[in-house]
Design a protein around this ligand. Structure first.
Ligand SMILES: Nc1ncnc2c1ncn2[C@@H]1O[C@H](COP(=O)(O)OP(=O)(O)OP(=O)(O)O)[C@@H](O)[C@H]1O
Ligand SMILES: [Mg+2]
Length: 274
């Protein structure tokens, strides 16, 4: 793993930091079955601080299941999961009780779903959606909550004159920005994105990708990004993991995987999409 990370052709590559820093995310041997369906089989995910890890693969290959496991929304059948965050070092998160897991999820992990209905209350105000997350800290002062919601919406480059509109009246791109603001409200160490721009039209998609890129560059957020769109992966991801039938078939630096895929399935995927 570290050997491939050392390949110096990626301009975003920050070798000394990556080599000397332990991974922020280290989930080893995750397996998840639904009845007889093997959704995820023996998948290991590592993401380093400030890195964007892309996950690609055809429909049904297990990408969203991996994100749900990393978001502690679901428990795997086996595997372990560590986040190298102060207070959690050495702790297998899968051994925590569900209240402690919920706490880890709320304070350390942000998530943006493809479907905004999964992430938002569509009839609340957008600012209220973000503030709801902030309420979890125990903050109860209206002005403070509103200011914090506004700050988070601003970071997500949401048009602030619309902050009191409910998501249901907003465009798809704006809804994704509200999800992003909500995900970032508690300044998580890890941001999980499941097809965040799928279904948006191309120009809106480009703007949302720009916002994510700024976030990554300026805040060095660690992100795990699921997308079937190799253009999105190429724009954002430093490294890519290719999944098929619940398993990882290939991984490496993005340019390496997209320019010179070794696995037959990855070659097929890359040639089909380019
Ligand atoms: N809650 C569930 N109950 C039963 N089967 C499930 C469940 N969630 C996922 N699966 C199955 O697990 C497999 C992996 O699904 P998953 O949603 O992770 O794939 P994906 O790679 O995200 O696909 P897509 O690109 O279509 O979003 C599929 O066969 C799916 O039908
Ligand atoms: Mg999915």
């Amino acid at each position: 793993m570290m050997a491939t990370l050392n390949r110096p052709s990626n301009p975003n590559f920050d070798a000394p930091l990556l080599v000397t820093t332990p991974p922020l995310v280290r989930a080893v041997g995750l397996t998840k079955r639904y009845g007889r369906i093997e959704a995820v089989v023996d998948v290991t995910v590592e993401a380093y601080p400030g890195e964007v890890l892309g996950i690609v693969g055809e429909s049904g290959s297990g990408k969203s299941t991996v994100l749900r496991l990393l978001n502690l929304e679901e428990m795997p059948d086996s595997g372990d999961y560590h986040l190298n965050i102060p207070g959690l070092e050495g702790q297998n998160l899968l051994e925590l009780d569900r209240f402690a897991r919920r706490e880890v999820q709320i304070f350390n992990i942000g998530v943006v779903y493809q479907n905004p209905h999964l992430g938002l209350r569509m009839r609340f105000t957008s600012s209220g959606n973000v503030a709801e997350r902030l309420l979890l800290t125990g903050e109860r002062t209206f002005a403070t909550l509103r200011q914090a919601a506004r700050d988070s919406l601003a970071i997500s480059e949401f048009p602030l004159n619309r902050m009191d509109d409910p998501p249901r009246v907003l465009s798809g791109g704006m809804q994704q920005r509200v999800q992003l603001a909500k995900a970032l409200a508690l300044k998580p160490a890890l941001l999980l994105l499941d097809e965040p721009t799928t279904g948006l039209d191309v120009s809106v998609q480009a703007l949302v990708l720009d916002t994510l890129k700024h976030l990554q560059r300026e805040r060095r957020m660690t992100m795990i990004l699921v997308s079937h769109d190799l253009g999105v992966i190429r724009t954002l991801a430093d490294r890519v993991m290719v999944m098929r039938h619940g398993r990882v078939v290939e991984q490496g630096l993005t340019d390496q995987i997209l320019e010179d895929p070794q696995d037959a399935y990855t070659q097929q995927l890359v040639h089909a999409k380019l």
